[in-house]
Write a protein that binds this ligand. Structure first.
Ligand SMILES: [Zn+2]
Length: 345
C-alpha cells in the first residue's frame, strides 16, 4: 500500500491528512496557520503537525510516496510559488511555498490550487467516484455505464471557487488561472454589481454567499414585507443561512432570493457546459441550502437544473449531470494528496 500526504493551506487553519492509495484517510489534523508570522514559521509549524500525524498513523516519513500542497490562488503552479494571495497577506507574496514546504516536511510536495484540489477529491473519492457518464446512444437517447472522466466543482462561499477536471486530471490553464471562473462576466449592464475583486458584473457578485447577503440587505432596506427584516443583524454573523432559515419558515421573499441565486448560478453553469462540456457539474461549499438532504436544497438544485435547461443547448442539458458535491471541508487536503498520487503514477 502506498501513502500520500495532503496539506490544505488556509488563511486561518491548515488542514493535513495522510491517505492511502485508495483515498481513505488514515489520520488527519489541523494546524493554526498564523499568517502574520509569515510562511517560514507556518511551514515549520505545519511540519510539526505532519510529524504528529505520521506518528499517529504509525508511519515513517519514508513511507509517504509524495505530498500535495493546496493553496488559494492566484499562484504560479509550475513556478511553485504564490502570487498576490489575498487571503494570506503581504509576507506571503511571491514566496516559493511549495519548495519551502517540501524542505520543512522532508517530503517532495506537489503544488495545487485549492479549488482544483477540492474538485480532484470530489472526482476521486466523492460524488464523481461512482458517477456514470452520459453519452448519446445510437437511437439518440442518453445513457451509459462508463465512469465519468471530467467534471467541474463550484464551491459557493465568500466567493465562488471553481475546480476543473478534464481527462481524469485537474486543469489549471497555462498560467494557473484556469479555475478563476468566479470572475466570469455574467452582467454587462452599467449598474452591474461589483465583485470582491473590484470589477463589475462577475459571477461571484451574483451567486456567492456574499452576494446573497448583499441582495438580502438591499431587499430589507427597500422596505419589502419579509421576516428577514427582523434578522438583518444575523446576516453579519450567520450569513446566508439566515435566508435559508426564513425560506424554510415560509417567507416568500427569502425563497425568491434563493431562487434568484439558482438563476444566476445557472447562467454560469450553462456557459461552463458550452465551453468545457464536462460529464458533471457539482455544487459544494458552505452555501448549499442543506443539499440533497433538505427540501430547500432539493428545490435549489432543481431550480438550477430548470434554469440551465431553459438557457442551454438541449444536447448539453441532456448530458451534463448537475448535483450537489459530497465532500465537505476535508476536500482540499484529500485532493492535494490525490493530485500528488496522480502525478507520481
Ligand atoms: Zn471578480
Amino acid at each position: 500500500m502506498k501513502y500520500y500526504l495532503g496539506i490544505d493551506l488556509g488563511g486561518t487553519n491548515t488542514k493535513i491528512g495522510i491517505l492511502d492509495e485508495h483515498g481513505s484517510i488514515l489520520v488527519k489534523g489541523s494546524v493554526p496557520t498564523h499568517i502574520q508570522e509569515g510562511p517560514e514559521a507556518a511551514c515549520r509549524r505545519i511540519a510539526d503537525g505532519v510529524n504528529d500525524i505520521l506518528a499517529k498513523a504509525g508511519l515513517e516519513r519514508s513511507d509517504i510516496t509524495k505530498a500535495g500542497l493546496a493553496s488559494a490562488g492566484p499562484m504560479d503552479i509550475p513556478g511553485r510559488k504564490l502570487l498576490q494571495t489575498a487571503n494570506l497577506g503581504e509576507k506571503w507574496k511571491y514566496c516559493p511555498i511549495a519548495d519551502m514546504m517540501s524542505e520543512a516536511c522532508g517530503i517532495y510536495v506537489e503544488f495545487a490550487n485549492d479549488a482544483s484540489a477540492a474538485a480532484f477529491a470530489e472526482y476521486w473519492v466523492g460524488k464523481g467516484k461512482d458517477a456514470k457518464k452520459n453519452v448519446f446512444t445510437p437511437d439518440g437517447a442518453v445513457g451509459t455505464d462508463k465512469p465519468i472522466t471530467s467534471m467541474v466543482l463550484l464551491t459557493l462561499g465568500t466567493g465562488i471557487g471553481c475546480g476543473i477536471i478534464i481527462n481524469r486530471m485537474v486543469y489549471d490553464g497555462e498560467h494557473s488561472q484556469g479555475g478563476e471562473y468566479g470572475h466570469a462576466i455574467i452582467d454587462t449592464t452599467p449598474n452591474a454589481r461589483i465583485c470582491g475583486c473590484g470589477r463589475p458584473g462577475h459571477y461571484e457578485a451574483y451567486g456567492s454567499a456574499t452576494a446573497v447577503i448583499a441582495r438580502t440587505k438591499e431587499l430589507i432596506d427597500s422596505g419589502a414585507a419579509t421576516s428577514l427584516t427582523a434578522r438583518r443583524a444575523d446576516l453579519d454573523t450567520i450569513g446566508a443561512k439566515v435566508v435559508a432559515e426564513e425560506a424554510q419558515k415560509g417567507d416568500a421573499a427569502a425563497m425568491q432570493i434563493i431562487l434568484d441565486t439558482a438563476k444566476y448560478l445557472a447562467i454560469g453553469i450553462a456557459t461552463l457546459m458550452h465551453t468545457i462540456d464536462p460529464d458533471a457539474i457539482y455544487i459544494g461549499g458552505a452555501m448549499t441550502f442543506g443539499g440533497n438532504e433538505s427540501e430547500l436544497g432539493r428545490t435549489f438544485i432543481q431550480a438550477i437544473r430548470d434554469e440551465v435547461k431553459a438557457r442551454a443547448l438541449p444536447t448539453c442539458s441532456a448530458t451534463t449531470i448537475i448535483d450537489f458535491a459530497k465532500l465537505g471541508g476535508d476536500a482540499g487536503f484529500i485532493g492535494a494528496a490525490g493530485i500528488a498520487k496522480a502525478l507520481s503514477e
